[in-house]
Design a protein around this ligand. Structure first.
Ligand SMILES: [Zn+2]
Length: 69
């Protein structure tokens, strides 16, 4: 599962969270003040894919091709 970094729109708190693929922050709330829908800053999963060009191996199925988990 990819790790996303979020920033709270209300208090500016930045935090990382493991989220299901495709999570947009709709269901996330700030751990500091509880405000919903923080801004999504970075997906480490996606960043790694861009830099490496091949994506990261899936921890579950060990493949690098279009694994949905
Ligand atoms: Zn907050």
């Amino acid at each position: 599962m990819p790790i996303y970094e979020f920033r709270c729109k209300s208090c500016g708190e930045r935090f990382e969270k493991l989220c299901p693929l495709g999570e947009t922050g709709e269901n996330i709330s700030c751990p500091a003040c509880g405000a919903p829908k923080p801004d999504k800053l970075i997906s480490f999963f996606a960043t790694r894919g861009v830099e490496g060009g091949q994506g990261a191996a899936c921890a579950t199925c060990k493949t690098t091709t279009s694994c949905a988990t």
